[in-house]
Design a protein around this ligand. Structure first.
Ligand SMILES: Cc1ncc(COP(=O)(O)O)c(C=O)c1O
Length: 338
């Protein structure tokens, strides 16, 4: 029996959608990561019970850290993005986490930059706070080892391709790192929104909004570029089509980054007849009811969609591009020209 709700929320389900397509479905993915990170900080004496943990978040990490703090008797202070919604604000308040939310701002890049600046101001006022640095500290990898064990038991073997959105890079990076300890043939496919610097696509703007939780306007140390075999850049509209199809065809109600991952996973599955493809569903669809699911009639049929195959970022084009990355340890700033 679980000793705290965070343990149940952090444990994913493995759902077979067909003979070679598997969904790794979380209620809130980062709970598994935050729980293990906080436990590690306590075990190694970096923090003590009652200390305050601080970080910036656009959503699911805030909830994850608040739950981990509740579990371990810590205080939690979040600098929240403008995208933190009413439901999350209310939960954080009742859980005892304090939230500073940025002023409404339609530019999510500016929002991210302002949050980082605010974290530095808070640390100057409160040097005793511990900054979790979810984007940079690889203690956020640790919790995914238990998830890897589940995947290995259920799928076995080398011929597995893992597909997931890349935000901090911890979930995809950790799954590949731990799975490859036994199965070096595991392939990793990263999914990005256009406009993200992480793999050099900041020069291509998506006219719709960027996909919450994935991509970035600043480089993150937790992204291990050399882990990725292939990258997909997917527009908001294509991700919307993926999300709607995933619900319609397989009854999985998940977020927009999952819809993008599902599209990429279907494509990889169709190209590799001997491989099983597993994609990550990081959160549920509830936050996306108005922005995505209510627009289901606009969704393009997924079978009509396919990526432009490109060999450099200079060729990237909406609504969907795919590029072999070949585990290149490329620097994460600036588009890499041919
Ligand atoms: C909805 C969603 N999907 C995917 C991700 C990517 O996860 P990671 O930060 O482990 O790369 C995030 C991270 O915030 C997220 O919120």
């Amino acid at each position: 029996m679980d000793q705290h709700i965070a343990e149940a929320i952090g444990r994913p389900d493995l759902i077979r959608l067909d003979d070679r397509l598997i969904c790794l479905r979380f209620e809130t993915m980062k709970v598994v990561s935050a729980l293990a990170a906080v436990r590690h900080l306590l075990d190694t004496g970096v923090v003590r019970r009652g200390d305050t943990l601080l970080d910036s978040s656009s959503g699911i990490y805030a909830y994850a850290l608040a739950l981990a703090c509740h579990r371990h008797g810590m205080r939690c202070h979040i600098v929240g993005s403008t995208t933190v919604d009413h439901t999350l604000r209310t939960q954080l308040a009742v859980l005892g986490a304090t939230l500073e939310q940025m002023e409404p701002c339609s530019d999510l890049k500016l929002d991210q930059k302002r949050r980082v600046e605010r974290v530095h101001e808070i640390l100057a006022e409160h040097p005793e706070y511990h900054w979790m640095r979810q984007y940079h500290d690889d203690i956020h990898y640790l919790g995914y080892r238990a998830v890897t064990d589940l995947i290995r038991d259920a799928t076995g073997g080398d011929e597995l391709t893992v597909v997931g959105g890349v935000g901090s890079g911890a979930s995809t990076g950790a799954l590949a790192r731990y799975l490859r300890e036994d199965s070096p043939g595991v392939e990793l496919v990263g999914v990005q929104p256009f406009g993200s610097v992480t793999f050099g696509a900041e020069h291509v703007a998506d006219p719709e909004i960027i996909i919450a939780g994935i991509g970035s306007s600043i480089p993150f140390d937790n992204v291990g570029h050399a882990a990725y075999d292939t990258l997909h850049w997917i527009s908001f509209d294509a991700a919307l089509a993926g999300s709607v199809d995933l619900l319609r065809r397989h009854a999985v109600f998940a977020g927009l980054s999952t819809g993008a991952g599902y599209l990429a996973a279907r494509w990889e599955r169709s190209r590799s007849p001997h491989r099983t493809v597993l994609f990550i569903a990081a959160d549920t669809g509830h936050r996306y009811v108005d922005t995505v699911y209510a627009r289901h009639r606009e969704a393009v049929a997924v079978d009509a969609l396919g990526p432009h195959t490109v060999t450099s970022q200079a060729e990237l084009a909406l609504p969907w591009s795919r590029m072999r990355w070949n585990r290149s340890p490329a620097h994460s700033t600036g588009p890499i020209r041919p």
